[in-house]
Design a protein around this ligand. Structure first.
Ligand code: PGA
Length: 240
């Protein structure tokens, strides 16, 4: 967060092998303007791919961290926030709707994860968002308020936490929220907390400019469109 450019965060989810990661790196390095600072671009790859993209001039983030209070120990399958920090990560996505849905991640577990990120000097990117039913029945303000109230620990400050508004109905559907909807929610969140708020959900090189120009949008969280070097580079360049 060194300069005033919008923050661009790529969430690669469970995508890419060594071969396709190397392809992305090669393509990106031939496209990218070497003069520009990319310190406000964050890639969150699968952990196994970090070693193959570490030479890119980005910041790095994880897609999850352990909720347990120990940094090391007999916790099969867990990766602690300390371990992420140790390999050079600066960010961690917490509470993505896919994890909430697939693993039943609840408010208390998410609060522990965010606390662990803070305790180890990672910036938490905390995802919130309503589903289609909640959007249509008008309960979305209530839903989003609750998600913020229930999972943000007392340690939250504008430096250690970024909120990502990701309406579930817009994720991976090709149907982004429109500017009016985004502005309404981002302004609402900004009235409650002083943290940066990213928008995520079907962002691509065609809609990124308008979304970035929307009031109270501090940046983007990008899934599908971040997997292709050309498309991702276009989005980065849209910020000027
Ligand atoms: P999408 O994913 O850009 O593919 O919609 C966004 C996200 O889930 O973070």
């Amino acid at each position: 967060m060194e300069n005033n450019k919008s923050l661009i965060v790529a969430n690669w989810k469970m995508n890419k092998t060594i071969a396709t990661t190397k392809g992305f790196v090669n393509d990106f390095l031939t496209l990218v303007d070497k003069e520009q600072s990319l310190s406000d671009v964050v890639i969150c790859p699968p952990l196994t791919m970090y070693q193959y993209i570490a030479k890119l001039p980005f910041k790095f983030g994880a897609q999850d961290c352990s909720s347990l209070s120990s940094n090391e120990g007999s916790f099969t399958g867990d990766i602690s926030a300390l371990m992420l920090k140790d390999i050079g990560y600066e960010y961690v996505i917490i509470g993505h709707s896919e994890r909430r849905k697939n693993y039943g991640e609840n408010k208390d577990l998410l609060k522990s994860k965010i606390s662990n990120a803070h305790a180890n000097g990672l910036i938490a990117i905390f995802c919130i968002g309503e589903n289609l039913e909640q959007r249509e029945n008008g309960s979305y303000f209530e839903v989003l308020s609750k998600q913020l109230d229930e999972s943000l620990p007392a340690s939250v400050n504008p430096e250690n936490t970024i909120v990502a508004y990701e309406p579930i109905w817009a994720i991976g559907t090709g149907k982004s929220a429109n500017e009016k909807q985004i502005e309404e929610i981002h302004t609402f969140i900004a009235s409650r907390i002083k943290n940066k708020v990213l928008y995520g959900g079907s962002v691509n090189s065609k809609n990124a400019k308008e979304i970035l120009a929307t009031n109270n949008v501090s940046g983007l969280l990008i899934g599908g469109a971040s997997l292709d070097a050309q498309e991702f580079n276009k989005i980065i360049n849209i910020r000027g």
